[in-house]
Design a binder for this molecule. Structure first.
Ligand code: ATP
Ligand code: MG
Ligand code: MG
Ligand code: MG
Length: 563
């Protein structure tokens, strides 16, 4: 017996007009259809219909995480600062972190992600190689004081994430755990009905080496990625270090000496610079017209601004805040990363046309170079030209013209390696009786964001349009008329419910059929079953929400069809 939800008793208030401040489809439609309500900037309340969809997404995530052996736990969101101080992230996160004090004056934070705490949990619970490998996950509320919390539930300051962490004693074990998550993510996004691409990414503030993002193409997305129409190459423009092509090689020895007629690859660059290929853009300075404009250092290294300052004429540097930069990659030519923790210096360059993207690697406020010391980590003469990826640029894998697209980051998987294990000395006793340092992976899915991404990809001019897997109900029964219609609608709804079908039935009195139809389309349940004109004969009309196809059916036929 599935739930039969009566609209007459459901707390749902639909709106004819978009909320005044809404820019994105998910914001407009989820509010208009009564799924969510804005409580404050980037802070959302999930109303009954919204909560159902959210829970359906969470269920799919849980099922697939359980299927790869994940064990669900629940960590606190309110966290002591010490573990984050130990990892350096208490400082590194800067303004993104919500910080607070308790009554005794001790420092706390609201968790933005939980690598530190999971590492401590495993250190406490696992002592031998026999206790590993282990995959832990939670679906939990995260807090990030995003610079521009807009775009509805797509970018919240409070939001729900599924974060998983793998713990292994060997690199092969980590690779295996990574592959398991990659597969689980593919199944999750397929089941949810999201169109997505897997792209190479930079690991940014997380640290670690290999990292891939799951991107859902949509105009409302805040990431730009390149996609090859001819092969399977795809990368976030933040990570297209492979596609470096010299704009001009004159006077730039690092490029000049590369004896390759083709696009330099990361391997040829790395070889030239004498660094391992895994170093990506580390140790790279970027100059434009003789000026250092960027330090291509994704990750957690400090730029020594004092040293860099010698190379920058202050008059030529425009000071803008990190907030100004968010989402404006098209305006920014380069950056000199962080001065203090929140203010980042950027050089805005109007010569870069809108629609193109900046690619030195770390181009977000939470992605800036830290702990890099000039002279130790790079030499001032190691530089390359500024490169901008544009649509049509040759694919680094096959040479075909690249496409450039906007997308929503719905998931992100990282091979963290031993960064956090080193911080917290996470060792287990190895097979030979000696301690082994544990290696970790970290894997996130934006659960609330996935709901928004679904709306961005699937809604149409009439409203929301859910797939069966995530819809708040399987069938929306509409009583379009008076007593006869309502009686039939409730009767059919009851029978469907008894057959295990999740039903929403619009039994509201004093609401016109026109309004009910409009609401049904807006709410977006996949099948709409109308008790209308021919109700007295027991004939219903079934309408497919997506295709709009209609068909007349008897009660028995409708029940057989839908259950
Ligand atoms: P973004 O680039 O959009 O800021 P992120 O790279 O900072 O995201 P991660 O740290 O990789 O995010 O977190 C894992 C996942 O959590 C992301 O892939 C995304 O789906 C989700 N997520 C991150 N920030 C938010 C947010 N502010 N609101 C909703 N979901 C988010
Ligand atoms: Mg972010
Ligand atoms: Mg990101
Ligand atoms: Mg990410």
């Amino acid at each position: 017996m599935a739930q039969v939800q009566r609209m007459s008793r459901l707390m749902v208030k639909t709106l004819r007009d978009d909320p005044a401040d809404a820019e994105t489809l998910n914001h407009k439609l989820l509010v208009r259809a009564g799924y969510v309500r804005r409580t404050a900037a980037g802070i959302w309340t999930w109303l009954p219909l919204g909560k159902k969809v959210y829970e359906n997404v969470a269920r799919v995530v849980r099922e697939e995480m359980d299927a790869i052996g994940g064990q669900e736990v629940l960590l606190p969101a309110l966290l002591p600062k010490e573990p984050y101080e130990a990892s350096g992230r208490y400082e590194e996160y800067g303004d993104l972190l919500f910080r607070l004090k308790d009554r005794k004056g001790s420092d706390y934070l609201l968790g933005p992600t939980h690598e530190e705490i999971f590492t401590q949990v495993v250190k406490d619970q696992c002592s031998s190689y026999k206790d590993l490998p282990v995959i832990l996950y939670q679906i939990q509320t995260k807090y990030r004081d995003e610079a521009r919390p807009r775009a509805g539930v797509l970018r919240g300051r409070e939001f729900q994430m599924k974060d998983a962490y793998s713990f292994d004693t060997s690199d092969e074990g980590l690779a295996e755990a990574y592959a398991l998550h990659r597969g689980a993510y593919q199944r999750i996004f397929e089941r949810l009905g999201l169109d997505y691409r897997i792209v190479s990414a930079v690991s940014g503030a997380m640290g670690g080496s290999q990292s891939e993002e799951f991107l859902a193409p949509a105009p409302a997305g805040e990431d730009t990625f390149v996609d090859c129409p001819a092969c399977d190459y795809a990368a976030n423009t933040e990570a297209v270090t492979f596609a470096l092509k010299p704009a001009s090689t004159e006077g730039h020895p690092a490029v000049e000496e590369l004896d390759t007629p083709d696009t330099p690859t990361i391997e040829t660059l790395a070889e030239h610079l004498g660094v391992p290929a895994s170093a990506t853009l580390k140790n790279l300075l970027v100059k434009v017209d003789g000026e250092i404009v960027a330090v291509g250092v994704p990750g957690d290294r400090e730029v020594d601004l004092g040293k860099l300052g010698e190379h920058l004429a202050p008059a030529e540097v425009e000071l803008v805040t990190a907030e100004d930069f968010e989402g404006r990659a098209d305006l920014v030519r380069g950056y000199v990363g962080p001065q203090g923790l929140d203010k980042v210096r950027y050089i805005a360059d109007p010569r870069v046309a809108p629609g193109t993207s900046w690619i030195t690697g770390a181009n977000k406020p939470d992605r800036h170079a830290r702990n890099v010391v000039c002279g130790r980590d790079f030499e001032v003469d190691d530089y390359l030209d500024v490169v901008v990826v544009e649509a049509g640029d040759p694919c680094p894998a096959c040479g075909a013209g690249l496409k450039l697209d906007r997308a929503i980051e719905i998931g992100h998987i990282f091979q963290l390696g031993r960064k956090y294990a080193d911080t917290f000395q996470l060792d287990v006793l190895g097979q030979n009786g000696k301690p082994v340092r544990v290696t970790m992976g970290s894997y996130g899915i934006g659960v609330s964001r996935a709901v928004a991404a679904l709306v961005e990809q699937t809604a149409d001019e009439h409203g929301l349009c859910w797939s069966k897997e995530v819809a708040p109900a399987d069938v929306h029964v509409v009583a379009a008329g008076k007593a006869v219609q309502t009686e039939l609608a409730l009767d059919v709804a009851g029978q469907l419910g008894a057959a295990g079908v999740r039903v929403l039935v619009d039994d509201r009195a004093g609401v016109s059929p026109g309004v009910k139809f409009t609401d049904a389309e807006l709410i977006g349940v996949p099948q709409i079953l109308v008790a209308g004109r021919r109700s007295a004969e027991g004939v219903l009309e079934l309408k497919d929400r997506r295709t709009g196809e209609r068909e007349e059916l008897s009660v028995a036929e409708a029940i057989a069809r839908l259950s």
